[in-house]
Design a protein around this ligand. Structure first.
Ligand code: GL4
Length: 801
């Protein structure tokens, strides 16, 4: 049905009639989306089945990537691209007078993740399949993904996200593979022939039903699986109060928690975590046992990766099944578990380190708690042998201490590998945050710098740029992204610069049109599109950006001769619904936008735009249109960042601190092709240690700072004067935890350089092209190959094309 455009058109029209019961003329765009989606899914099925059969027959090692979030984004366009049938479909549709993008816009944008951590998991799935690696995702099928953001009078309002409202063409429900997950109850211990056995009794059972989604590799036959679990009442549920049992059960997979940088100390969140882990481990073992008789060999055939600590209960759960179900001894089970599980740490922010109070944990998961207690006792005994008398060290490293279960410690002790997500982050883990663990297990620690899939973030999001690159260096780079470096030889060719400038301009026009439609703001295509899109968080310092704009406003107002390269400042960010400060910053951005955009003189040279409901599909419109990428976190706080890579790949220049992967971007492109500023990570960490930073001094000594900080509360904004007082307090009363004022002068200075640099169009274009040439390193194909080689020890298993 996809062999040529005529066959496609014919099947499409036939299918539309049979599926929707109407002819093409009466059909809606959604009917057309459903028809095409179903055709594509069907086309995928045979490859999907073959891949699974091949994995079974080859019986090579496979990896299972457990993640509480998969921020997938829309799948139709990506699947068409990866299957190599996008052009045929486009041609066929155009003869029916429809465009693919109109149809794509009918697909909901599954937001089963918060931000970087969840999006990374989605990029990894794409790379695993493309590299023909046997690797599958396990996650949760949240009924409602991350909330939809509405802005009302400058304030964020959250609406429930409804991605399943019109069904999901990509998923296949597999009720036959459902498993039961136990909560509550108590553990009964019995002793037979000196062998202890444990049984959870009086527990409440929840049914976990898998929904499988195909993960299509790019131009290969591999189709891996993303298995998302749905919680449903079990037929072994209670026989009284059925309604509340049903409600409680279904609540487990109702909502995604809307924050990833906060430890959410709620019992429902712990239920979600165990639900994911228990169902996944049961499913992994069932599929292993189909082909293998000896569970003692599990770690030779299976790698289980935990994406941050949210799935850390995989460790005690695997122990439980190996001992209580398979009958292994503790030592046997531990040997297998600790060689099967590997762990990625994604943040050093202390508020994100998960710690569960025992009083919540133990009643909900009594057998799991027992196992963790035993792991802890044995671990502490080991420490005691190694560090006799060092009570403090042992207390600090223990898995259970002060009434809390520390998930990061459990993850380190029970894994064979612990990695950070950028060089500097991995170094901070080794030398500071997790130093005692590094001293104990130096071989476990390693770095895997994050990556992004260039198939979504370049090929799909920016087909215009893709075409230019292909014209100049062919298409080998698509399979081997490091070959993008071949572009570098051509950056001085006027023709390349011209065509890149034309594409950038075109994409800026497209974005400007959206901004005009959605925000009613007319922006200047010739201005610098300066973009900060990411979750709203104090450490990411959207406030620094805002204060700089306010400073520019003041300069323009005060000095009639002040000249500046015109700029459009574009923001996109969701704030966690309970994060008061973050929501205030969103309001502040809107108030600033009102001031700037409505001032006749200022708005001639700068504009401020906040794009509502930032999400994957919107990101695909934003990155290709950006000139400047704002990566301005307080050094040491952003573990890696991945937006930075998406901007670079689309030819934006970075304004950034020496934080996360910005450092590696600088190493790739060279100091001259990135704008860095601010404190270094070690300077920040030193300040934090010695407590010598006084934000008040910067406020008093720098008039520019005093003016913008005072404007937060002196009636400059038309709001009530108390509106932004808490923001001012964070800077002065709370001594500016994220060093906004400390980095302010340096930020102004580097931004001036950006303005000047943009005037030299030729050089700017060369620099943008240098960024693109070096972006191959940041493909998630490179990252995944490193995980496969160094951590999982898996190799490709490929069907012939
Ligand atoms: C994050 C980091 O904050 C971010 O820097 C990183 O790029 C991402 C993926 O590794 O993980 N950690 C958490 S928590 N959320 C993130 O986005």
């Amino acid at each position: 049905m996809f062999s040529n455009k005529d066959r496609f058109k014919e099947s499409f029209l036939k299918r539309l009639e049979s599926m929707c019961g109407k002819g093409f003329e009466e059909s809606t765009k959604r009917d057309q989306y459903h028809t095409l989606g179903n055709m594509v899914r069907e086309y995928i099925s045979s490859k999907w089945i073959e891949t699974n059969e091949l994995y079974r027959s080859e019986n090579k090692k496979q990896v299972y990537y457990l993640s509480i979030e998969f921020l997938l984004g829309r799948l139709l366009g990506q699947n068409l691209l990866n299957l190599g049938i996008k052009e045929i479909v486009e041609e066929g549709l155009s003869e029916l007078n429809i465009t693919l993008s109109e149809i794509e816009d009918c697909e909901s944008d599954p937001a089963l993740g918060n931000g970087g951590l969840g999006r990374l998991a989605a990029c990894f799935l794409d790379s695993l399949a493309t590299l023909n690696l046997p690797g599958h995702g396990y996650g949760i099928r949240y009924k409602h993904g991350l909330f939809d953001q509405k802005i009302v009078d400058g304030y964020q309002v959250e609406l429930p996200e409804q991605w399943l409202r019109h069904g999901n063409v990509w998923e296949v429900r597999k009720p036959d593979e459902a498993v039961e997950v136990s909560f509550w109850g108590r553990v009964e211990t019995s002793c037979d022939n000196n062998v202890l056995s444990f049984k959870q009794v009086g527990d409440q059972k929840v049914l976990a039903v898998p929904y499988d989604m195909p993960v299509v590799g790019f131009h290969v036959n591999t189709v891996n699986t993303l298995r998302l679990w749905n919680a449903e009442p079990s037929s072994f549920g209670p026989n009284h109060d059925i309604l509340s049992y049903k409600r409680e059960t279904e609540a487990i997979t109702d909502f995604l928690y809307p924050d990833d940088t906060h430890d959410e100390g709620k019992i429902l969140r712990l239920k979600q975590q165990y639900f994911l882990v228990s169902s996944s481990i049961q499913s992994i073992l069932a599929s292993y046992k189909k082909e293998n008789s000896n569970v003692r060999e599990l770690h030779h055939s299976v790698a289980i990766h935990i994406n941050d600590t949210h799935p850390a209960l995989a460790i005690p759960e695997l122990m439980r099944i190996l001992m209580d179900v398979e009958g292994l001894t503790w030592d046997e089970a531990w040997e297998i578990t600790s060689h099967t599980v590997s762990y990625t740490n994604h943040t050093i922010l202390s508020e994100a380190l998960e710690k569960w109070p025992i009083y919540l944990f133990k009643p909900l998961l009594p057998r799991i708690y027992m196992i963790i207690e035993e792991i802890n006792e044995r671990f502490c005994a080991e420490l005691w042998d190694r560090y006799p008398g060092e009570w403090q060290r042992i207390e600090h490293m223990a898995i259970i201490a002060h009434g809390l279960v520390k998930m990061a410690h459990l993850s380190i002790v029970g894994s064979c590998s612990i990695n950070g997500v950028a060089k500097i982050h991995s170094d901070i883990l080794k030398n500071r945050e997790m130093k005692p663990f590094y001293e104990l297990y130096p071989w476990k620690f390693n770095n895997k710098t994050n990556g992004i899939t260039h198939r979504r973030w370049l090929l799909k999001a920016n087909p215009e740029l893709t075409a230019i690159i292909k014209d100049v260096i062919g298409d080998e780079w698509i399979k081997q992204p490091e070959k993008l470096i071949d572009l570098k030889r051509h950056i001085y060719h006027p023709a390349l610069k011209e065509s890149f400038a034309a594409v950038k301009r075109k994409r800026k026009e497209i974005l400007a049109k959206k901004i005009a439609e959605k925000n009613g703001i007319i922006v200047d295509i010739d201005s610098i599109f300066d973009v900060q899109v990411k979750r709203l968080h104090a450490y990411k310092r959207q406030l620094l950006n805002v204060l700089h704009i306010l400073y520019l406003y003041n300069r323009i107002k005060e000095d009639a001769n002040y000249t500046i390269t015109p700029r459009t400042f574009i923001f996109g960010a969701k704030a966690s619904p309970t994060y008061y400060y973050a929501k205030k910053v969103i309001k502040l951005i809107h108030s600033l936008a009102d001031k700037v955009n409505n001032d006749p003189r200022v708005s001639k040279v700068i504009k401020v735009v906040f794009m509502e409901n930032y999400r994957v599909s919107l990101a695909e419109d934003i990155f290709p249109a950006a000139d400047v990428s704002e990566q301005i976190s307080t050094a040491s706080k952003e573990a890696s960042g991945t937006g930075n890579m998406k901007f670079m790949m689309n030819g934006a220049l970075t304004v950034g601190t020496l934080d996360g992967a910005n450092i590696e971007i600088m190493e790739e492109v060279g100091r001259d092709n990135i704008f860095t500023f601010g404190l270094t990570a070690s300077e920040v960490l030193k300040y934090e240690e010695n407590g010598r930073y006084r934000s008040m001094e910067y406020y008093h000594h720098d008039l520019r700072i005093r003016q913008v900080v005072d404007q937060l509360t002196n009636g400059f904004f038309s709001e009530d004067e108390g509106e932004f007082e808490s923001i001012k307090d964070s800077l002065l009363v709370q001594n500016d935890q994220y060093f906004v004022l400390r980095d302010f002068a340096s930020y102004i200075e580097v931004q001036e350089k950006v303005g000047v640099a943009y005037q030299n169009t030729d050089k700017w274009l060369e620099q943008a092209l240098i960024n693109i040439s070096h972006s191959g390193f940041f493909s998630s194909d490179r990252t995944i190959q490193q995980y496969a080689d160094d951590i999982w020890e898996i190799g490709p298993v490929a069907l012939k094309m």
